[in-house]
Design a protein around this ligand. Structure first.
Ligand code: ARG
Length: 286
């Protein structure tokens, strides 16, 4: 083993001393310790943020803007409800297929997605009071000869899987019809119409009107038919979540009463909703 010279030893000693000093300096530069918590200030309770599922490919009800933010009529209605109810919400883009399972599983607290309240759905989930009146509408190419829903009996029709549009066309053509083309989103069904793969698309009126209006060149038109039953949208909740349902319903009534609902409606649809229910039956049928 080679012996260490005293010079080398002193050198090492120097290093050691220097690094000691450095670390001492380092200690001094550390920020002062945080002040001890004041015993009387309780830690703020974590705020519950309600997760709201939405299939954000359904303009003008829910869609994603250029920045990837989820926007639309439904979104603004739920934000206004949340504000009134004093609750926090965050919107989560959720595929339509399986969207209701997320409620049962507890992954979402609410689903706002232009969801029609139906007897069948009510078996497995709860709904808020209705917040929007809707109806199915047919989208076709401008030069199409289709004039009414019954004309679709033997034609190729695009729908979004599991929607009320799907239900209506399935009823017309029969469960085993090979002419019903089902898509995971309504925009995909409409793309297929554009490409000529289907003769028509049946979807909610608001979405079809929005699509026809936003398609440059006027390549599409919409066809209404009284055969379609009136629909109403509700906010879906896990079955039995009566506490949240009550909060939502109370806040919904409040935003309808104070004009904020009408303001959102007007922003998206040009005019406040027609007060059809207030009119006598004879006048309403004219
Ligand atoms: N109103 C229809 C239904 O409840 C279609 C809703 C589809 N919504 C959506 N965001 N894709 O079946």
């Amino acid at each position: 083993m080679p012996t260490m010279t005293s010079r080398r030893f002193l050198q090492l000693l120097g290093f050691a001393a220097a690094s000691l000093m450095l670390s001492a300096c380092g200690k001094k530069e550390e920020p002062p310790p945080a002040p001890a918590p004041v015993a009387s200030a309780p830690a703020p309770a974590p705020v519950k943020v309600y997760a709201v599922g939405t299939d954000a490919a359904y303009a003008p009800f829910e869609s994603q803007n250029d920045k990837g933010e989820i926007v639309g009529f439904d979104i603004e209605v739920v934000k206004a409800i949340a504000k009134k109810a004093g609750i926090e919400v965050k919107f989560v883009n959720t595929p339509w297929e399986g969207i209701f399972n997320t409620l049962a599983q507890g992954d979402r607290d609410l689903v706002v997605s232009a969801v029609t309240i139906t007897e069948e759905r009510k078996q497995t989930m709860d709904f808020s009071d209705p917040y929007f009146d809707a109806q199915q509408l047919i989208a076709v190419k401008t030069n199409s000869k289709i004039a009414k829903f019954a004309d679709l009996k033997k034609l190729k029709v695009g729908v979004q899987t599991g929607t009320t549009g799907d239900e209506a066309v399935t009823k017309l053509q029969g469960k085993t019809s090979a002419n019903i083309k089902r898509f995971e989103s309504t925009p995909l069904a409409l793309k297929e119409l554009e490409a000529g793969g289907v003769d028509a698309v049946v979807a909610d009126n608001g979405v079809v009107i929005n699509y026809v209006a936003n398609n440059p060149g006027g390549k599409f038109k919409s066809i209404a038919d009284k055969e379609f039953v009136p629909e109403q949208y509700g906010i879906a909740l896990k079955k039995g979540n009566a506490e949240l349902q009550a909060k939502v319903n109370k806040a919904l009534a409040e935003i309808k009463a104070d004009g904020s609902y009408d303001a959102i409606y007007t922003k998206y649809f040009g005019a406040p909703p027609a007060k059809a229910a207030a009119a006598p039956a004879s006048a309403a049928s004219k």
